[in-house]
Design a protein around this ligand. Structure first.
Ligand code: GTS
Length: 225
């Protein structure tokens, strides 16, 4: 259980706030940082089942997962695999999927762009870290430019419309990873920089980022970051 005192709900609060969400995943931030941020920001509890690599290597759990991978997310009887489907599900449930169909489509577009960058990041981390890091950081501005451009035109400071969406949590999470990977990554992107600062300062996000149980999780499973 993510156990941060400021995020805990007191007994007697409504069942909506006490959503029975369960996440089964490795003990890393990995693909679940954004999901945890969205839940924390919406004061939702999350029960976490952490799976060690030793347990995973036995194979039984892999065999039981629809696509042979984690994370697995449960909302009551609903079982979801695929981290972006989880973000969309929670976005729909917690008002973080736009105000209308057009906004939802734009949010999908932005989240797909975040996923494109996440896949490049994952490839670097797991396959090319030693040989490719310098070139990756050099090329990174080309991938950040579209986000800077969208946000610099946004009146609300969020990617789409006037409220935070699941794509914002996802982009924020990935930008935090990139600040660790390439420390100067946001230096030439003032809007992205203040976007990160603004989301990091949201009280419940701040509490999550400062929570020991969250902080202690490595970003990636191979220890590279
Ligand atoms: N598209 C999937 C998603 O978004 O959920 C990818 C999931 C995935 O790559 N899972 C990895 C996994 O289960 C772990 S992590 O990369 O998310 O940390 N790896 C173990 C395996 O046997 O494939």
């Amino acid at each position: 259980m993510l156990n941060c005192s400021r995020m805990q709900k007191k007994t007697g609060q409504s069942s909506k706030q006490m959503a029975p969400y369960t996440l089964t995943y490795f003990p890393v931030k990995g693909r679940c940082g954004a999901l945890k941020m969205m839940l924390a920001d919406n004061e939702q509890q999350l029960k976490e089942n952490m799976v060690s690599i030793e347990e995973w290597m036995k194979g039984d759990m892999k065999g039981s997962c629809l696509f042979g991978q984690l994370p697995k997310f449960e909302d009551g009887d609903l079982v979801l695999y695929q981290s972006n489907a989880m973000l969309r599900h929670l976005g729909r449930k917690h008002g973080a999927y736009g105000k209308n169909d057009c906004e939802a489509s734009l949010i999908d577009m932005m989240n797909d762009a975040v996923e494109d960058l996440r896949l490049k990041y994952i490839k670097l981390i797991y396959q090319e870290y030693e040989t490719g890091k310098e070139a990756y950081c050099k090329d990174l501005p080309n991938h950040l430019k579209p986000f800077e451009s969208v946000l610099s035109k946004s009146k609300s400071g969020f990617l789409v419309g006037d409220q935070i969406s699941f794509a914002d949590y996802n982009l924020f999470d990935l930008l935090l990873n990139h600040k660790v990977l390439c420390s100067a990554s946001l230096d030439s992107f003032p809007t992205l920089k203040s976007y990160v600062d603004k989301i990091a300062a949201r009280p419940k996000i701040k509490a999550l980022l400062e929570c020991e149980n969250f902080k202690k999780l490595p970003i990636n499973g191979n220890g590279k970051q």
